[in-house]
Write a protein that binds this ligand. Sequence first.
Ligand SMILES: [Zn+2]
Length: 207
Amino acid sequence: MSCDDARAALLAGDIESAASHIAGCRSCRADEASWQRWREMLMEPSIWEEPSDHLAARIFERVENAARGSRFSRLRWLWAGAAAFLVVLAGALVFANGRSPDWSIPLVAIAADPGTSAVVNGWNTSTGTRMELRVAGITPAPDGHYYEIWMTAPDGRHVSAGTFRAEGTVSAWAAVRRSDFPRIWITLEKIDDNLGPSPTTYFDMVG
Ligand SMILES: [Zn+2]
């Protein structure tokens, strides 16, 4: 594995395959902390939720504006360098976003109107389970309430994977593996000090 491969693997979250190269490479060890910071930034849900389709166009627009507004060609090059870097980063995000899910399950409406639909796409990662939930047709949660996504083990233990308020695409994370916590379901919750699932199940898996 080359240094570039190690960096790509690390940024893609494949820490295991980069580990042996990094252990034996002084240069990569020196850079590892900054790569990890980039990786943490790449894992921010706010980045995942923001499609980067127009990012490159926006950057080039800013480069042109900066170049027009400045007498210094050096600044222009600085902008161009920053833009090139961000375009590479945007490419990495598109690549990461485009990785097809490890699994995909439709949920059935329970308390929700039968016309609503919910599909969960999931990715198994070394840090847990990343999910993208697409919900259509549910009414926004009433004041003082929210929807909550749960992952539950066969023995009944459950872990929250996040909360949301209305229909749309929701990014969700849980610290557990889907193989250990296979059931995925959604409840309506009241904002209070009871952190367990309420009896009002909106969506659940078939069977
Ligand atoms: Zn290296």
